[in-house]
Ligand binder design. Structure first.
Ligand code: NAD
Length: 375
């Protein structure tokens, strides 16, 4: 099996595999061919790929020769045209939402693995690209907030007087929220955190944040560590609590999401209007609708002198380390299917491999994706 690494399109600065991962694959006797300039926007040259054991080719050659295509974003229509039945695609298809690409790949007979639906078991942690990219998102969200706020984050006692620390409110304490908390604390902010999953309370306090308790949240063990939709009564109580904390905050970092669903709206227009002028809202949930009613995805809007930044893809702005983490996740996933005696072989017995596969043999085989597409 030859692995082909594809260059991403213009707006994407990451690359799926850095040379260090290519070297590890070559060591496992898996040849890697790389599209010319694949790593350029992540500051990696073709020469570095060659030094790691890869060869450089045109896009057409890579699609023609590779048994498996590795790319972060879904194939473009040009790339779909270059793919052959029984080829494997490994990347991020967002299949719970983007049904059209799934149908096209199934019809073309491509076997697809989408790393964003990897089962969230402890064994899969080292392959979890959502966790990796959320780490970058949470970190960058806190830095962007500090950069945009017209105040300091830390407390200072200076000859020119005392500076009070910035008050940060974080909505959602998943991977991104906890990273935003840790980064905001390192910058010296005072941080409050809200989540519907009581399980995260200890992690929040352990990182120096204050957990805001709102009674009566639905927290289902069956959701595999994820949040579930809340009752109307809870949502109203939650909105009131968030409003009271929001109007005292300088910064709000929104990270609350429910997989495969629209993000919960937690900050209403009235709350933004009551916030202090100069405050900043960073909405990482913007690509799934946003936690703030006024968020515009991929845009910065200013309402009532409150700056609202809608960005779910801060990882693109930190391409080197984001690519490093992504590639390591890919390598760990591929290792489930590489053995010294048989080389690469899809291991259907492995629940992680099976649970990450979306299409195979012209069919959509992932039950979650199939159920959503059929409804
Ligand atoms: P996510 O991005 O889906 O959601 C972010 C956070 O938003 C979650 O903590 C969620 O509870 C919260 N949220 C949802 N609705 C909310 C609401 N109405 N109000 C407030 N908060 C709300 O989640 P994620 O960061 O990808 O992961 C969530 C959890 O999954 C982790 O904390 C962890 O427990 C688990 N996880 C497991 C693995 C693994 O074992 N492989 C990997 C990553 C995460």
């Amino acid at each position: 099996m030859i692995i082909g690494l594809i260059k991403e399109s213009e707006k994407e600065r990451r690359v799926a595999l850095l040379p260090e991962v290519v070297a590890a694959l070559v060591k496992l006797k898996i040849p890697v061919i790389v599209e010319k300039d694949a790593g350029k926007r992540s500051y990696v040259s073709d020469d570095e790929y060659i030094a790691s054991g890869a060869t450089i080719h045109t896009k057409k050659e890579v699609f023609g020769e590779a048994g498996m295509i590795v790319k972060i974003n879904p194939p473009t229509s040009e790339e779909l045209g270059l793919m052959k039945a029984d080829q494997i695609f490994l990347g991020v298809l967002n299949p719970l939402v983007d049904h059209e690409i799934v149908k096209k790949l199934a019809a073309a007979g491509i076997t697809t693995f989408s790393l964003d639906i990897i089962p969230r078991t402890s064994r899969a942690q080292a392959m979890d690209i959502l966790s990796s990219m959320s780490t970058v998102n949470g970190y960058k969200a806190a830095l962007t907030a500090a950069n945009t706020l017209p105040k300091f984050f830390p407390m200072f006692m200076t000859a020119a007087g005392t500076i009070t620390p910035a008050k940060v409110l974080i909505l959602g304490a998943g991977v991104a929220g906890l990273q935003a908390l840790a980064t905001s604390r390192k910058l010296g902010g005072v941080v409050e955190v809200f989540d519907v999953r009581a399980a995260v309370k200890e992690e929040v306090t352990g990182l120096g944040g204050k957990f805001i308790d709102v009674e009566g949240a639905r927290d289902e063990k069956s959701a595999g560590g994820y949040a579930v939709e809340q009752t109307e009564e809870f949502k109203n109580r939650q909105a009131q609590a968030i409003h009271e904390h929001a109007i005292r905050s300088d910064v709000i970092i929104c990270t609350a999401q429910i997989p495969g669903k629209k993000a919960p709206v937690l900050i209403k227009k009235e709350t933004v209007e009551a916030m202090k002028p100069g405050s900043v809202i960073i909405d990482i949930a913007s690509s799934s609708g946003g936690n703030c009613e006024l968020t515009k995805d991929k845009e910065t809007v200013v309402t009532n002198e409150v700056t609202i930044i809608g960005n779910s893809f801060f990882a693109i702005d930190m391409p080197y380390d984001a690519s490093k983490m992504f590639g390591k996740n890919v390598l760990n996933f591929l290792k489930l299917m590489i053995s010294p005696s048989e080389g690469f072989k899809i291991n259907w017995e492995d629940d992680i491999v099976k649970g990450t596969c979306v299409t195979h043999n012209k069919e959509i085989i992932n039950e979650r994706v199939k159920a959503l597409i059929q409804n």
